[in-house]
Ligand binder design. Structure first.
Ligand SMILES: Nc1ncnc2c1ncn2[C@@H]1O[C@H](COP(=O)(O)OP(=O)(O)O)[C@@H](O)[C@H]1O
Ligand SMILES: [Mg+2]
Length: 358
C-alpha cells in the first residue's frame, strides 16, 4: 500500500513520516506549500505543477493559516484515496475555535460558557454582566497567542477597543479556574494514546508548552477518555489533540488540534507517538482497501446485473506477461479465486479450464 504525508515539514511530521515507512510499502513526504488545487474543468491536485500520484492513504497536516488549502486538498481526495484520517470540513471547523464550539454544542459536549456578539458595543454591554476574570480569544489563534485574560471591566473594555481597531473577530469566554492547568489528550482512532496535564508558569494563565507550560504524563479517567474520543469523532478527525479544562463541575473542552505537535507530549509520555499514528494509519487503510475490494466486486455484479451463482461468458482478448496469462479482472470478480486455495488447471489446445478443488 502506498501512503503520502502532506505537511509543512515540521519535526513531528518528519517523525511520523519515518514511522510510516516501517508499515507502508512506500511513503511520499509532500510539501504542503508546493501544492495547488485546481477546480472546475480538469480538476486536479498539482504538486510542483504536476498531477499528484495515486495513494491508498494520505495524511494531511498543516496550520490554521492553510485551512482553505487543507480543506480543498482533502475534499479533492475524499473518495479517491482509500483512507484519510479527516473529513475535509474538519480542516475549517477545527482551525476555528468558534466553529469548533458550534459543532461541540450540537453534540452537547461540555465547554466553558462562550459568547458571540454583534458589535464591540454589544460586547461591552455583555461584559457588564459577566464574572471576572474573563477570557477573550481569536477564533484562529494557536499556541496560546490569541488568548487574552481581563481581570476587570476596564481592562476587558480596553482590550475590546484594540480588537475593534484591528478589525479582529473574537469570542468571549468564562474563565475556568484550574490553577493554570489543562489536559492535552492525543486521540488516535477510538483511543487516547497519550495525555498530559500542562501547568502554566507562575504569573501566566496559559498552560500551552509554547507559553512556557510544563507537561506531566497523566492516565485519564474513563470519563475524560470518552469526552476526548467523542470530541474528535464529532469533529470528523481520527487523529486529534483535544484540550480540556478540569473545572470543579466537570471537564470542559476548549479546543481541538488536527495537526498536534508530538514533541512536547512525546517527551513526557512513554508511548512512541509517531509509531502509534503510523500503525493506526496502516491498519485503517488496510481495512478500507479490503472494504473497497468487496464493495467493488458487489457493485460490478450489480452493474452487470449478474447472478452471483450463474455461469457467465466473457468475450475478451488475453493479456500476456511473458509466457503467463493475465485474466480480465471481471473473470475473477465472478469466479472469486484467491491465493490461499488450490486449483486444477486443465489445458488442451484452444481450451483452458480452472476449477477450484473441493
Ligand atoms: N476559558 C478558559 N479558562 C481558563 N483558562 C483558559 C480558558 N481558555 C483557555 N485557557 C488557557 O489558555 C490556554 C490556551 O487556550 P486555547 O483555547 O487552548 O488556545 P490555543 O489554541 O492558543 O492553545 C489553555 O491551554 C488554558 O491554559
Ligand atoms: Mg490549546
Amino acid at each position: 500500500m502506498k501512503a503520502a504525508l502532506i505537511s509543512l515539514g515540521s519535526k513531528s511530521s518528519v517523525m511520523t513520516y519515518e514511522a510510516m515507512q516501517k508499515y507502508f510499502e512506500s511513503v511520499d513526504m509532500i510539501e504542503l506549500k508546493r501544492i495547488e488545487v485546481r477546480l472546475g474543468k480538469e480538476a486536479a491536485i498539482l504538486y510542483d505543477g504536476k498531477e499528484l500520484g495515486h495513494y491508498d492513504c494520505v495524511y494531511v497536516k498543516g496550520s490554521y493559516k492553510y485551512a482553505n488549502l487543507l480543506c480543498s486538498l482533502a475534499s479533492m481526495l475524499e473518495g479517491k484515496v482509500a483512507y484519510m484520517p479527516f473529513f475535509a470540513n474538519a480542516f475549517t471547523t477545527v482551525h476555528n475555535k468558534l466553529l469548533t464550539h458550534l459543532v461541540l454544542q450540537q453534540h452537547k459536549i461540555p465547554m466553558p460558557r462562550t459568547y458571540i456578539t454583534s458589535t464591540i458595543a454589544a460586547a461591552k454591554d455583555l461584559l457588564k454582566r459577566v464574572n471576572y476574570p474573563v477570557v477573550m480569544k481569536f477564533p484562529e489563534g494557536t499556541q496560546g497567542k490569541g488568548v487574552m485574560f481581563a481581570d476587570s471591566y476596564s481592562s476587558a473594555s480596553s482590550l475590546l477597543d484594540a480588537l475593534g481597531v484591528l478589525n479582529q473577530p473574537f469570542i468571549i469566554q468564562e474563565y475556568v479556574e484550574t490553577g493554570g492547568s489543562d489536559i492535552r489528550a492525543l486521540v488516535v482512532g477510538d483511543k487516547v494514546v497519550a495525555a498530559m496535564r500542562r501547568k502554566a508558569q507562575t504569573e501566566e494563565k496559559r498552560a500551552n508548552i509554547h507559553a512556557g507550560g510544563v507537561g506531566q504524563s497523566v492516565q485519564l479517567s474513563r470519563e475524560l477518555v470518552k469526552l476526548a474520543v467523542t470530541t474528535a469523532r464529532v469533529l470528523g478527525a481520527d487523529i486529534c489533540g483535544v484540550d480540556i479544562l478540569e473545572s470543579p463541575l466537570g471537564p470542559l473542552v476548549i479546543e481541538a488540534n488536527i495537526s498536534p505537535g508530538l514533541q512536547g507530549l512525546g517527551k513526557v509520555s512513554p508511548v512512541d507517538l509517531p509509531d502509534e499514528i503510523a500503525k493506526f494509519l496502516f491498519f485503517k487503510t488496510q481495512e478500507k482497501v479490503e472494504e473497497r475490494k468487496k464493495q467493488g466486486a458487489v457493485e460490478v455484479m450489480k452493474e452487470l446485473d449478474l447472478d452471483p451463482e450463474a455461469t457467465q461468458e466473457i468475450v475478451s482478448t488475453l493479456q500476456f506477461r511473458g509466457e503467463k496469462i493475465i485474466l480480465p479482472e471481471i473473470a475473477n470478480k465472478i469466479a472469486r479465486f484467491n491465493e490461499t486455495k488450490e486449483y486444477i488447471i486443465t489445458a488442451k489446445k484452444g481450451r483452458l479450464e480452472i476449477q477450484e478443488t473441493r
